[in-house]
Design a protein. Structure first.
Ligand code: ATP
Length: 371
């Protein structure tokens, strides 16, 4: 087991900066998810930890060992870092059986045969592969193949697992199943794990903490609860959550309301005070609210009637358990998540309640959260 530490790490490819000023500490036994859109530098970060890529600037530690520091000319090659990588494409050896695929890393290290056999069976048991040990990869399903790839990674008992979108080739149902299995396995083994994905649901369900990246820069690190409920900026707020958070421009009014032109919403007392302290009275801000925090007003007892707004229903997407409702008020459009029983019809009007306790406000200039 090990801690992984990155200190002010940069990676440049020619003129292009793929990773910028990244400092991150992954704790012993932690499951850390690196989350961000395509091209944000997640894979490059993982490859630098693995030793497949050298940072341009900065230090990387695995445990207390400095494994990369270009300034000091230190670069420990991958095989001496004691990390195991699992990729999106599992790259099993097609001519070998499941048994031999899992045993392969130990054979390379000349581990005695009996010991190999014991460990292969132990890993196969853990991953539910015992019945499949004699099969070849082509005789397995996608999920089974992925488990073999995991088996091959865990049999070495590395200090750190590095996983790059390992579930993205699986169909939706299997992905959900493997998500839970992988998380359980990681808990059981207690191995520090760094997991790259662009899928926010995967990040939310699997990570002890999530590090959100955008354009090579770390945006926020926190527990799933923190990044969801206390996003530090509009990028994190908009990237996590589906459908995404609504962002509307508003002016802070001196009587304690947010003014959207077409309608107004009353701020809570402490929210108004924070805006006042930030000298934002009379200024424009970005108001953010998640679809699930806008209610069908006919379903709830509301204590703040001023925060009920009448809007036109543009589109209703019925998801079975709930409805995604696209609403419009003049030029202002937003999305709400209503319960299945809610009676809303396209083209009609609906009264909706904005739960201001759940509201976020961001600075319009730098897009950072004020609350
Ligand atoms: P994805 O989810 O699409 O894999 P990512 O977040 O993992 O994206 P990276 O693979 O880390 O992104 O790439 C970050 C940026 O660096 C991209 O713009 C990519 O084009 C660029 N990049 C990566 N490797 C190289 C390379 N060897 N040479 C030049 N540019 C590179």
């Amino acid at each position: 087991m090990a801690e992984v530490k990155l200190i002010n790490v940069w990676k440049k490819f020619g003129d292009f900066t793929a990773v910028k000023e990244l400092s991150l500490e992954i704790k012993d036994g932690e499951f850390l998810v690196l989350l961000g859109p395509s091209g944000c530098g997640k894979t490059t970060t993982l490859r630098m930890i693995a030793g497949l890529e050298e940072p341009t600037i900065g230090q990387i530690y695995i445990d207390d060992k400095l494994v990369a520091d270009p300034e000091k000319g230190i670069f420990v090659p991958p095989k001496e870092r004691d990390v195991a990588m699992v990729f999106q494409s599992y790259a099993l050896y097609p001519h070998m059986t499941v048994y031999d695929n899992i045993a392969f890393p130990l054979k390379l290290r000349k581990v005695p045969k009996q010991e190999i056999d014991r460990r292969v069976r132990e890993v196969a048991e853990m991953l539910g592969l015992t019945e499949l040990l004699k099969r070849k990869p082509r005789e397995l399903s996608g999920g089974q193949r992925q488990r073999v790839a995991l088996g091959r990674a865990i049999i070495r008992r590395p200090k750190v697992f590095l996983m790059d979108e390992p579930l993205s080739n699986l169909d939706a149902k299997l992905r959900v199943k493997m998500r839970a299995e992988l998380k359980k396995l990681q808990r059981q083994l207690g191995v520090t794990t760094i997991y790259v994905t662009h899928d926010q649901v995967e990040a939310m369900t699997m990570g002890d903490r999530i590090a959100v990246m955008n354009r090579g820069e770390l945006q926020q690190v926190g527990t799933p609860d923190e990044v969801y409920n206390k996003p530090l900026n509009t990028f994190v707020a908009g990237f996590i959550g589906s459908p995404p958070m609504n962002f509307l421009t508003a002016t802070v009014s001196s009587d304690g309301f947010l003014d959207f032109g077409e309608f107004r919403l009353k701020l809570l007392k402490d929210q108004f005070e924070v805006l006042e302290e930030n000298n934002l009275i009379g200024k424009e801000v970005i108001f953010g609210i998640r679809p699930e925090d806008i209610y069908d007003a006919s379903f709830i007892r509301v204590e703040e009637p001023e925060n009920i707004v009448r809007a036109k229903v543009d589109i209703v997407e019925n998801l079975g358990g709930e409805k995604i409702v696209h609403l419009r008020l003049g030029d202002i459009i937003f999305t709400a998540k209503f319960p299945q029983e809610s009676v809303v019809e396209e083209g009609q009007e609906a009264e909706v309640f904005f739960d201001m306790k759940k509201a976020h406000v961001f600075n319009k200039t730098n897009e950072r959260a004020i609350f």
